[in-house]
Design a protein around this ligand. Structure first.
Ligand code: FAD
Ligand code: NAI
Length: 468
């Protein structure tokens, strides 16, 4: 360690980017501290994001299966299934507590010092944490992101009527009607939770389709499936205001391109129109840094900013706002600081929407390939023709594989299936190794599994699926 610094590495933020970077830096022999202002470690993901939302998705799916009579055709009759929302929340909180406590244990095990408080830069090698100066040879910004506000709409999570994702993870009762503003990932996941527990769901989306950025075929099919599940989808519609009267939310909407105002009454409104990077109180100027036009801290492929001693990873930096991307950058940035070569392939980062069915993708969409003028082949295989999905009576969705027309190398894959999040890993790994669709088509896949649909979609790229 350079003698004149308190630490080799200080990480600001203990989300999946920051805590992973801190642990790897310590594993590499660097004296490391992590500053976190929250009461518990784990950032957005463990406290108010991935983990509590998945806990509620799992629990609400169990309730829905037990209460909807969906299991009767399999000979399983459940009488008198009841919702105990307090118990559901308690189990979710328990999972969060175990996982955030787990990060604290890992910090201790790896000798990472947790400095509790809020960090602001005082120079390129120093931050101030609640009045205390801390210096380091290298500083990693991993401050994540927060909910993007909707101008004119005031979120009050404690009030439980106009809420953001954090409030929607803790609603004390099931709203009769929940209006979701934004048909993106959070809207569909948390809309699914409350819909399964009995709420009527209306999604108001500014664009003409849900799930922006995903493959067009997937967006269309997903909309069909959510409508079948009872979601009201109001596309090409903008919210012009939300007010609260007599404990009801009054939502004013109009066509995105202008037109007559319509009023929707709801018991709760979830605002989820995206997230924005956390840089406000970082005092970046003191370190000689500026944010870009989108409020992000720019970094290069090594995750280094324009100030050599400062690095940036995760949601605060340009790229997909996903926990696993932040984690991989956390490992790579620590390795780069330690003089090794840390690399993240940003072209192959899978994304999963944890609804039922799940929606997963990796690599390019068909629209992106068209725009880039890349000649490609498509292989589609529906779960309706997959024996395991048929046996389970769970046939919504398909596998779509995109491969280069000339070389046959995989360019992207898009899956809707109850197991999509698990299936996509195989394709991400295959793409990382430069695999062709033929390689997948000639790999033996166990029968009967959903993964056979991946093999068949690869066979379809070559024009020769067996079961279709
Ligand atoms: P964060 O997790 O946001 O952590 C940053 C931390 O820095 C925070 O704890 C914050 O308190 C702290 N901090 C900020 N500024 C300072 C400061 N100046 N001083 C000290 N500490 C500071 N992603 C997935 O991949 N899968 C999912 O299933 C998924 N589900 C999600 C569900 C919801 C409801 C939400 C909101 C997000 C979800 N995400 C999911 C996104 C995921 O949570 C983020 O991409 C991920 O947490 C980003 O990690 P990060 O380390 O960059 O930042
Ligand atoms: P999002 O970007 O996924 O979706 C926001 C939606 O709101 C978009 O469809 C957008 O067109 C729409 N919108 C924007 N302004 C609007 C307006 N004024 N009126 C109506 N609609 C409007 O953002 P979301 O859902 O808030 O999630 C934020 C991020 O968190 C995601 O992009 C993702 O990176 C991460 N996340 C990931 C999850 C996962 O991996 N499973 C789960 C939840 C969140």
């Amino acid at each position: 360690m350079a003698d004149n610094f308190d630490y080799d590495v200080v990480v600001i933020g203990a989300g999946p980017g920051g805590y992973v970077a801190a642990i790897r830096a310590a594993q590499l022999g660097l004296k490391t501290a992590c500053v976190e202002s929250r009461e518990t470690l784990g950032g957005t993901c463990l406290n108010v994001g991935c983990i509590p939302s998945k806990a509620l998705l799992h629990a609400s799916e169990l309730f829905h299966e037990a209460s909807s009579g969906a299991m009767e055709k399999f000979g399983v009759k459940v009488k008198g299934a009841e919702l105990d929302l307090d118990a559901m929340h308690a189990e979710k909180d328990k999972a969060v507590g175990e996982l955030t406590g787990g990060v604290e244990f890992l910090f201790k095990k790896n000798k990472v010092t947790w400095i509790k408080g809020h960090a602001g830069f005082t120079g390129p090698n120093s931050v101030e944490v609640d009045g205390q100066s801390v210096t380091a040879k290298d500083i990693i910004i991993a401050t994540g992101s927060s909910v993007a506000p909707l101008p004119g709409v005031e979120v009050d999570n404690d009030g439980g009527i106009i809420v953001d994702s954090t409030g929607a993870l803790n609603l004390p009762a099931v709203p009769k009607h929940l209006v979701v503003i934004g048909g993106g990932v959070i809207g569909l996941e948390l809309g699914s939770v409350w819909g399964r527990l009995g709420a009527k769901i209306t999604v108001v989306e500014y664009l003409d389709q849900i799930l922006p950025g995903m493959d067009g075929g997937v967006r269309k099919e997903a909309a069909k499936i959510f409508k079948k599940q009872g979601f009201g989808l109001k596309m090409s519609t903008k919210v012009t205001g939300v007010s609260v009267k007599d404990k009801k939310a009054i939502v004013s909407v109009e066509p995105a391109k202008g037109g007559d105002t319509e009023i929707i009454e709801a018991d709760a409104v979830l605002v989820c129109i995206g997230r924005r990077p956390n840089t406000d109180a970082l005092n970046l100027e003191a370190a000689g840094l500026k944010t870009n036009g989108r409020g992000q801290v720019e970094m290069d492929h090594r995750m280094q900013t324009s100030v050599p001693s400062i690095w940036a990873i995760g949601d605060v930096a340009p790229g997909l706002m996903l926990a696993h991307r932040a984690e991989d950058e956390g490992i790579a940035v620590a390795e780069n600081i330690a003089g090794q070569t840390g690399i993240v392939n940003h072209d192959i980062i899978p994304g999963v929407v944890y609804t039922h069915p799940e929606i997963a993708s990796v690599g390019k969409t068909e629209e992106e390939l068209k725009e880039a003028g890349i000649d490609y082949k498509v292989g589609n295989f529906p779960f309706m023709a997959n024996s395991r999905a048929k046996t389970n009576r769970d046939t919504d969705g398909f596998v779509k594989i995109l491969a280069d027309a000339e070389t046959d190398r995989l360019l992207g894959a898009h899956i809707i299936s109850s197991l999509a999040g698990t299936l996509i890993a195989q394709i991400a790994q295959a793409m990382e190794f430069g695999t062709t669709s033929e390689d997948i088509a000639y790999t033996c896949h166990a029968h009967p599994t959903h993964s056979e649909a991946v093999k068949e979609a690869a066979m379809a790229v070559l024009g020769k699926p067996i079961h279709m």
